[in-house]
Design a protein around this ligand. Structure first.
Ligand SMILES: [Zn+2]
Ligand SMILES: [Zn+2]
Length: 303
């Protein structure tokens, strides 16, 4: 996630106009070919469709490509004021989008440094009242990108977001990078929202067991396909089917064999089939289970 300048832009009157562009570097930025469609539709539990990558696809194009391969909807996640406003707008504008809104743990210290964290959280509170905003996310702790100085603001922000999920009675999508123990401890200490999701689950089997025992959901992203990610496959193996979700985190974490190229919701079938193969279960039955889990966490896309 790129960091916008401080002080933050306020989005203006038209949240739909907001776009971020991902650094391209030397990557192949063409979109991979579409996978074979799934017979049983599923949803992408976490994506950032406001971020332009590769040849920019409009929101409609993204969603149409997804639908064509059996990805019936997307939970669009915000990470700052503007992307959260955009997420809420996209969910209102499109029947196949639901929104998550939050200040990302790597953004929270920047808002705090600008003296704007309370104001930012107040904006999230306001957005969370909208009927198609069904999660607070992504929030959590990131000890990889933020050093010790930024941690008090991360904790303050995470705890405020947990409270918002409870107040609004919606799910929470947790970003946990190199902060497993602190995230689990915080949830236990302040009490987790009823529907708690680890987006892009990054722990091991031991953590997966703890999370599942506590009734949290584990959302697996394309990095589960990476060669060096045996810990994620071990985690998957011990996660009860009713706790499993699938996501892209698009445009990031593109699954093998397309790693490095832009990710998009239409690539969900690649990861879903990989998960089913790892578990040795039927793809259609697994898809039905994961789709039902999504609706249990976020509610229906249809109203
Ligand atoms: Zn994240
Ligand atoms: Zn994300």
């Amino acid at each position: 996630m790129t960091h916008p300048p401080v002080p933050y832009p306020d989005g203006g009157a038209d949240p739909s106009a907001y776009v971020r562009t991902r650094e391209k570097g030397t990557r192949d930025v063409t979109y991979p070919a579409a996978p074979e469609p799934l017979a049983v539709p599923v949803y992408d539990n976490h994506a950032h469709l406001e971020i332009e990558d590769g040849v920019g696809l409009s929101l409609d194009e993204q969603l149409d490509r997804a639908l064509a391969v059996g990805v019936a909807g997307v939970v669009q996640a915000g990470g700052d004021i503007d992307s959260s406003r955009w997420s809420a707008w996209a969910a209102t504008a499109h029947p196949r989008v639901l929104a998550a809104v939050a200040i990302h743990p790597n953004e929270a210290p920047l808002y705090a440094a600008a003296g704007r964290l309370d104001e930012a959280i107040a904006v999230i509170d306001e957005l969370a009242a909208q009927p198609r905003v069904r999660a607070i996310g992504e929030t959590g702790l990131d000890f990889f990108r933020t050093d010790d100085d930024g941690r008090p603001a991360q904790f303050e922000s995470f705890e405020a977001h947990i409270a918002l999920a409870k107040t609004h009675g919606i799910a929470i999508q947790i970003h946990d990078r190199d902060a497993h123990d602190a995230v689990l401890e915080t949830l236990a200490r302040v009490g987790a929202p009823e529907r708690t999701v680890f987006h892009c689950f990054s722990g091991d089997a031991e953590m997966a067991k703890i999370a599942a025992d506590r009734g949290y959901w584990l959302s697996f992203a394309g990095n589960v396909t990476f060669k060096n990610a045996q810990n994620l496959r071990d985690a998957l193996a011990v996660t009860p089917p009713e706790r499993i979700l699938v996501e892209t985190d698009a445009p990031f974490l593109t699954p093998v064999p397309h790693r490095g190229r832009p990710n998009a919701p239409y690539l969900i079938p690649v990861t879903l089939r990989f998960l089913a193969a790892e578990l040795g279960v039927d793809v259609d039955e697994f898809a039905a289970r994961v789709a039902a889990n999504t609706l249990e966490v976020y509610g229906t896309f249809e109203d």
